[in-house]
Design a protein around this ligand. Structure first.
Ligand SMILES: Nc1ncnc2c1ncn2[C@@H]1O[C@H](COP(=O)(O)OP(=O)(O)O)[C@@H](O)[C@H]1O
Ligand SMILES: [Mg+2]
Length: 417
């Protein structure tokens, strides 16, 4: 295919079989039939494939249809002068090498032919060996031209390939940049969702903070009384309780701060079980208010995974809060959330979050991970799609299955590396 293109584009006139022998095809133009036969026979003896014509017009017609490497031209022809024929041959295919062979020519017409691009000039009266020698030289010159043509074509092709390569590289860089932008957009969205999730959890948080704060008030009152009554041992003990409760309140606040912080996602070795426990603490109060029991069964064999702990916490929190939402409307039966973690095949951490909620209809199962799909009147429908993109960005998988009895189970698999 490429050969065909090159041949038609570059007009490299050489049949493959003669080229393989290293000899060009000859076109011999000679008005005397007997001389034509003689020359053709001599050249075929030399191994050339030769075609003979007795007129210029017949020769030009063959040149238009076929590939020849060398033309042996008689300067005296019935229909055109030899010099005119040289000109026409050159115009048709400039790769054809012309050797002039004539008995009648003057020095001038031979010079004209050479000026028009003929390669060599041979006196007919002379030794036929001279014609043979010149035709061999012409054949070599033709082969060299073909090689040059090939080299040019190869060089052009190489340049075209280099340019294609360059534009591919540019496209790659642009795509990488776009991917980076998409990743940044996704991180922004995840952050916005964390803020909105925190907003939804504010009343629960206020309740949670009220506990240590209330306890601090009670212990502080007691301290005053102890100080007045002089029971200093008890006083010191109670003061320690005050500071314990203050630490607990501080921990609640810093958990929120960590979760809503706006920093670039940072992947490092993180303890998945610690993230799960932290998340459970965040919703403990809400679970208590809704009568939900949380059961944890976490494997200590889970080695640290390389991940962004805030984003993974966001996923776990999303799934836990969805589970709560699914259980709240259930009037009968227990409300149990089960979080289970274990090592899968030695190379990935698996976490399942199961609930005893409304379960998954076929329709919900088919569409729940689509952005903006929600069955809740106040839902945004973004939690699961963001969670899945976070998990997949970490090289993991997130999916859901309906439980055989009731409720649903969500599965997170995160590779260790
Ligand atoms: N644990 C679950 N049990 C039953 N349905 C669920 C559960 N988690 C999610 N869903 C379904 O998937 C939908 C999409 O969830 P999500 O993307 O988190 O958005 P949202 O919580 O805002 O509706 C929910 O509206 C609900 O129909
Ligand atoms: Mg949700």
């Amino acid at each position: 295919m490429i050969n065909e293109t090159w041949r038609s584009r570059k007009g490299i006139g050489m049949s493959t079989s003669t080229a393989r022998q290293g000899l060009s095809r000859l076109l011999i133009i000679e008005d005397s039939e007997s001389q034509l036969r003689t020359i053709t026979a001599i050249m075929e003896d030399e191994g050339f494939k030769a075609v003979g014509c007795t007129t210029a017009s017949a020769a030009l017609e063959r040149l238009q249809r076929e590939d020849f490497g060398v033309a042996v031209v008689d300067l005296r022809l019935p229909d055109l002068s030899g010099t005119q024929l040289v000109e026409k041959i050159r115009a048709l295919n400039e790769r054809v090498i012309v050797v002039i062979n004539t008995a009648h020519s003057s020095f001038d017409s031979a010079k004209d032919a050479l000026n028009l691009g003929a390669f060599a000039y041979v006196e007919k009266a002379g030794d036929p060996e001279e014609l043979i020698r010149q035709v061999h030289r012409a054949s070599r010159a033709h082969l060299e031209r073909c090689v040059e043509g090939l080299e040019t074509a190869v060089a052009e092709r190489t340049q075209a390939l280099q340019e294609a390569n360059k534009s591919l590289r540019q496209e790659y860089v642009q795509r990488k940049r776009a991917e980076g932008q998409a990743r940044r957009n996704q991180d922004e969205l995840a952050h916005a969702m964390r803020l909105s999730m925190m907003g939804e959890m504010l009343s629960g948080l206020a309740h949670e903070l009220n506990q240590p704060l209330g306890a601090i008030c009670i212990y502080a009152d007691a301290c005053m009384k102890m100080l007045a009554s002089g029971s200093l041992d008890e006083f010191a003990e109670t003061l320690e309780k005050v500071s314990g409760q203050a630490l607990r309140a501080g921990e609640i606040i810093s958990r929120v701060q960590r979760f809503v912080r706006k920093e670039k996602p940072l992947r490092s070795g993180m303890d998945l079980n610690a993230v799960i426990r932290d998340t459970v603490s965040m919703v403990e109060m809400e679970a208590g208010l809704d009568g939900i029991t949380m059961l944890l069964d976490l494997s200590d064999r889970i080695s640290p995974i390389t991940a962004d702990s805030v984003q993974i916490q966001q996923v776990v929190l999303n799934l836990v809060r969805n589970a709560f939402d699914a259980m709240k409307p259930m009037e009968t039966g227990e409300h149990i959330l089960t979080i289970h973690s274990w090592v899968e095949d030695g190379n990935a951490a698996t976490v399942t979050i199961g609930d005893t909620g409304v379960g998954l209809s076929d329709k919900v199962l088919a569409r729940m991970f689509e952005p903006f799909f929600t069955t809740k009147s106040d839902g945004m429908g973004l939690g699961l799609s963001i969670s899945r993109s976070i998990v997949e960005a970490h090289g993991g998988r997130l999916w859901a299955t309906p439980n055989p009895d009731r409720g649903a189970t969500f599965h997170i698999v995160l590779p260790f590396k």
